[in-house]
Design a protein around this ligand. Structure first.
Ligand SMILES: [Fe+2]
Length: 367
């Protein structure tokens, strides 16, 4: 991209087209120290209070800088490289990490090791990149004392508290308010589709595991969605269109969210899956449409529950798994409580935690 000048107008030229940059857009970006706080990078003025007829009295390109005198007396020196960066509409850090589709054949995925100064390390950067590629990552050797999972979450970003508390203990208990707190098998599901917004990332930390069962399973909702789209486009369409009601009820709260099973971005790319067939209620639609919806949901469920897409593994004590709850489904096999204790702790964090940390580590290590 090139910046060009013509009669006090500034243009950008991306090779195929040349367009004028609005003078107000440039005025908003003045960065002298009386206009921009260097520490926070926040404006020291409110652009909505400026006169709207801002124009340019003089513009000049001086090596890497664009120098401008505006008609309100303000002068500015803007880095051309920084202006160019703003023309990329995408979030260049997170979106540039391509998702790797995977199924039951996934092998040799790197596990990370907890170590001293972990949260500020290059290892932490690599871990987050791997997380965005695969939708999950396993970290070994995480301390198990004093609900360390909360410290882990808060060292990446901040824990997302819910009505289950800051963190939750996953073990079988009497009178459970969720099947997670039994020793029954759990079919692949995403957590908490009834929340608004749905927690982005689940952390699960194995404290104790003396049982032979209780294997963890994961399914890549992104892989399944893409396959459904190519093999069963009608099913894909109805599942992206029809919004269903997810609901959670207990003595203290009623949580509800109305969303499709497969949610897309504005550009129709994959955004998020929700799947928890004990909690979803489709609205009354035309019988024909519902016919299609039920067939589609059944097919989706068959795919999510098929061995073809599932990986299964055992979490050992001190292992912590971080899972993208908008992309992956997780489950577990049943276990026998007589064999001994199985005890996991869980909590949620949101994408601002991992994204913020990753951007920070890229800046820190100049990556
Ligand atoms: Fe779950």
């Amino acid at each position: 991209m090139k910046i060009e000048l013509n009669q006090n107008k500034v243009f950008y030229n991306n090779g195929s087209e040349k367009k004028e940059i609005h003078p107000f857009w440039l005025r908003e970006r003045v960065n002298g120290e009386e206009y921009l706080d260097k520490g926070t990078q926040q404006r020291l003025f409110d652009p909505t209070s400026l006169s709207s007829d801002i124009s340019i009295n003089k513009a000049n390109i001086n090596e890497k800088y664009l120098e401008i005198d505006f008609n309100d007396g303000v002068t500015s020196k803007l880095e051309i490289d920084k202006i160019a960066l703003e023309f990329s509409k995408e979030d260049i850090i997170i979106k540039s990490i391509e998702k790797t589709k995977w199924d039951s054949r996934l092998k040799n995925i790197k596990n990370f090791q907890y170590q001293k100064d972990f949260y500020e390390s290059k290892e932490m950067h690599d871990l987050l990149v791997s997380f965005y590629q695969y939708g999950f990552v396993i970290i070994k050797n995480i301390p198990t004392s004093k609900n360390y999972i909360v410290e882990f979450a808060n060292s990446i970003g901040s824990v997302r508290r819910t009505n289950f508390g800051e963190y939750f203990n996953v073990k079988s208990k009497p009178e459970p308010n969720d099947l997670a707190y039994t020793s029954l098998a759990l079919a692949p599901h995403t957590d908490n589709p009834y929340r608004n917004p749905v927690p982005c990332i689940q952390l699960l930390h194995c404290i104790e595991s003396k049982v032979s069962g209780g294997l963890s399973s994961l399914v890549d909702g992104y892989t399944v969605t893409e396959e459904l789209k190519s093999k069963f486009p009608e099913f894909y369409n109805v599942l992206t269109e029809v919004k269903v009601r997810f609901r959670f009820v207990d003595k203290e709260v009623i949580l509800e969210n109305i969303s499709p099973l497969i949610e897309l971005n504005d550009d129709k790319s994959f955004k998020q899956v929700r799947f928890s067939p004990r909690l979803d209620y489709v609205p009354i639609l035309d019988k024909k449409k519902l016919d299609l919806y039920y067939q589609a949901r059944k097919k989706l469920s068959e795919m999510y529950n098929s061995e073809r897409y599932r990986i299964e593994f055992k979490l050992e004590p001190k292992d912590l798994i971080m899972m993208d709850n908008h992309r992956l489904l997780h489950g577990r096999t049943a276990y026998e409580t007589k064999e001994g204790e199985r005890f996991l702790q869980g909590c949620y964090i949101d994408f601002d935690s991992t994204e913020g940390k990753l951007r920070h580590l890229k800046r820190k290590f100049n990556l």
